[in-house]
Design a binder for this molecule. Sequence first.
Ligand code: UDP
Ligand code: MN
Length: 296
Amino acid sequence: MRVLNWKDHNAWVTLATNDSYSLGALVLAHSLKTVKTVHKLAILITPGVTAPMKQQIEAVFDEVKVVDVLDSRDQTHLALMCRPELGVTFTKLHCWTFTNYDKCVFLDADTLTLANVGALETFCIWGRSKEFEVLQNCDELFEREELSAAPDPGWPDCFNSGVFVYKPSQDTFGQLLEFARTRGSFDGGDQGLLNMFFKEWSNTDISKHLSFTYNVVWSSTYSYLPALKQFGQNMKIVHFIASSKPWLQSFNTETRLVTSTHGGSGLQELLQLWWDLFCHHVHPGLSTEMIESRLS
Ligand code: UDP
Ligand code: MN
């Protein structure tokens, strides 16, 4: 019988339903390894992920669970947000089925823990020193209780569902599915559903409000630059929401620099960090065919 180490009891969990998001998940996993997390890495994938990509994922994650796509099929609400593809994010609910762990932190595949990478000697963002970055890991999140999350900058009475602490439970999973079936989601995606289900988050227990530094949502429409200057160095997890997906930006293979089409203060540096991790850890394992079809 294998004796479980306490560290085996917690896991970071992410989701990828196709090869593009898998690239995000791989970079995320490497960012967690770079900051030397002591926790396991687990991922939900669906049959939309190709076999060669699944192999790459299996080499990095401790546990890979293949699940079926859960789709909200709620085109009316999704159309309001101009994001018809988000129905598929209901698949995220499967994360509650990782009952072999005591506690988990879910991270969207378009998030990144800030770490320094060897290849990036000169990386310096808002005065963050290299030493400081190496120490930066977010393992303390596992001390929080379900459901802990950071406010969504678009409507801060709601939490952003790109980063949240939860307790796996078949019972909760069943309740969430039933809730999804009977009540749906006010935005058609997982964030609307989870905010309805965990509605006490907004006004009951402040300890369940994570600092924004754990889910710095990069918005192209609103930013608070003085706060970014003041607190940017505390940033722990960055979240490339909406169209700022790193793998959709153009990358110059000669200069090894990314050129963002969306701009926004600081975004360029963070996209560059994503690409440095990608080039260093993920790209070497991919075939030319996989790269051409997934990054374009
Ligand atoms: N996702 C996925 N395939 C998709 C869309 C989303 O695997 O086609 C997963 C992925 O983990 C992603 C998360 O669902 O990070 C939430 O979607 P997204 O990050 O695109 O939403 P946003 O954060 O931009 O609102
Ligand atoms: Mn996201």
